[in-house]
Design a protein around this ligand. Sequence first.
Ligand SMILES: N[C@@H](CCC(=O)N[C@@H](CS)C(=O)NCC(=O)O)C(=O)O
Length: 257
Amino acid sequence: MITFFDIPCRTMGRAWSPNTWKVRYCLNYRSIPYHTEWVELSDIEKLCTTRGIPPSKINSEGQKSYTLPAIYNSDDGTYVSDSATIMRYLDGIYPQRPLAFPKGTVVLQTAFLSAFVPKVLAPLWSVIVPAVAMNLNPRSKVYFENTREITFGRSIKGLDEDVAGRDASWARFKAGLGDIDRWISRSEDASPHAEVHDHVFVMGSEPVFADFVIAATLAYMRNVWGEESVEWKEVQGWHGGRWARFAGSLRKYERVV
Ligand SMILES: N[C@@H](CCC(=O)N[C@@H](CS)C(=O)NCC(=O)O)C(=O)O
């Protein structure tokens, strides 16, 4: 049985993180049995070091990053961290189900992620951070504010009050999603005989790792700002409604168990 470590918050459904959502979509889509163990953001490093969960990154100075998502497989006693590494591990132990990394796609999907983060996730990040802080449980909120203020070099309040900065980041976020929309459209143009709905996803009709990355980002903003928020409504109208269709087609894989 898989234990999935996720980070709680006060929004409906508790799950919010754009990183943990990727793996939750994958587990649900692939019908892999699992249960969630909730870990406050402020307790992740302690959890990882006490249980032996590997760091998701070690920088050139040898500094380790302990992050979620992570999983534990009680069948073989393995702990795995980092969403892409987790999905490759799950592909390995459940090879008979639709794969997150179909054969030959690791390089291209890794390249997709390295384009997606600066184009889409990073600009959204600076706009959404104040709302994330508001939604966290008290202990994690203090931890989040302290650590993110160091990352941004300014207070969360200052970030929230910088209307021009927010507008510029929001425009970059829209442009980034516009690039992804064009990439998927080109793939539609290249297969004129396919039905339009065959190309909801990056590789066609079945979602893969790259789709879980996109879907997790959309779930993140929809959960943090709310279904009825102006931000989520605006995004649903962009790029011919692509993101409303995209999120809608993965909605049934948002179970939180
Ligand atoms: N590359 C990692 C990144 C994971 C990540 O950054 N997770 C954040 C939550 S969204 C985290 O656990 N942060 C720990 C902290 O801030 O102490 C992945 O894809 O799993």
